[in-house]
Design a protein around this ligand. Structure first.
Ligand SMILES: [Fe+2]
Ligand SMILES: [Fe+2]
Length: 259
């Protein structure tokens, strides 16, 4: 497979790609505007751009671009100079080769996202897209004591949903099993599951894995566990980083309870 953009090479070298600027000055659904600032000799480490962008220089601008393949190019972008980049460049870094500070604004145009030929090989989610996925987040504050427990269609199980990403299926909830309740069958989850036990006692029967107050439990995506039983009424903080189940398990009678 070709590696035109050097993502495979970066992966082989163990290089984790960085951000394309030091801080985001403004972001909305259309643009993400970075401040790029380099003191003389300073470098912005290896990164890649997933959107077309415009650079507006605010000073300095005698820089060197070096790709991960070792190709070097110098720039001359004094105050007011604008550059429009409309094609995906290989992984590169940027170094200020002058004796004055380089300052610019880099405006990413988010309506276009480039695909890389080697992206599938690295298995890495483009950093720019991770940032896009996070846009939906907003500051929330919930007093969980003010929420009612919502009963599910499995007897003795209820929850207080705290946060959900409708796009990815990820969720954070408080869950409660009454004493004697539990998940009746071996099963697996469609994403990584994380549990922190706040009270009670919950036991995965075949493996004797025991969740008691203070215990953190991580069950990786696809790992079979259960059946499980609450030896005492118990409460967990439970986090899934994606959908809970591949299909609705038969111990729930409605789809809503399986997410
Ligand atoms: Fe760059
Ligand atoms: Fe489970």
């Amino acid at each position: 497979m070709s590696d035109e953009h050097g993502l495979k090479l970066a992966n082989e070298r163990g290089i984790s790609l960085g951000e394309i600027g030091q801080r985001i000055v403004l972001e909305n659904e259309h643009v993400r505007i970075w401040e790029v600032k380099l003191e003389p000799g300073e470098t912005i480490d290896f990164h890649i751009h997933y959107h077309p962008y415009v650079i507006i220089s605010l000073g300095g601008g005698e820089n060197e671009i070096e790709t991960i393949f070792g190709d070097k190019r110098t720039t001359n972008e004094p105050l007011g100079e604008t550059v429009f980049m409309n094609e995906m460049r290989a992984v590169h870094k940027l170094t200020n080769r002058s004796d004055t500070t380089y300052l610019s604004r880099l405006v990413e145009l988010k309506h276009i996202t480039w695909e890389s030929d080697a992206a599938d090989d690295t298995g890495a989610e483009p950093p720019a897209r991770q940032a896009d996925a996070q846009e939906a987040l907003e500051e929330i504050l919930i007093q969980t004591q003010d929420l009612d427990w919502v009963e599910k269609s499995l007897a003795g199980l209820s929850h207080k949903m705290l946060w959900r990403n409708e796009e990815t299926g990820a969720s954070i909830a408080l869950i409660k099993f009454e004493k004697g309740a539990g998940i009746p069958k071996p099963h697996l989850h469609a994403s990584n599951q994380f549990m922190y036990c706040l009270s009670g006692k919950y036991r995965y029967i075949p493996t004797d894995v025991m969740l008691v107050p203070g215990v953190f439990y991580c069950n990786p995506k696809g790992n079979v566990h259960g059946p499980a039983i609450a030896d005492e009424t118990c409460i967990f903080l439970e986090i899934y980083d994606g959908p809970h189940y591949p299909i609705k398990p038969d111990w729930y009678t409605n789809e809503e309870d399986a997410r």
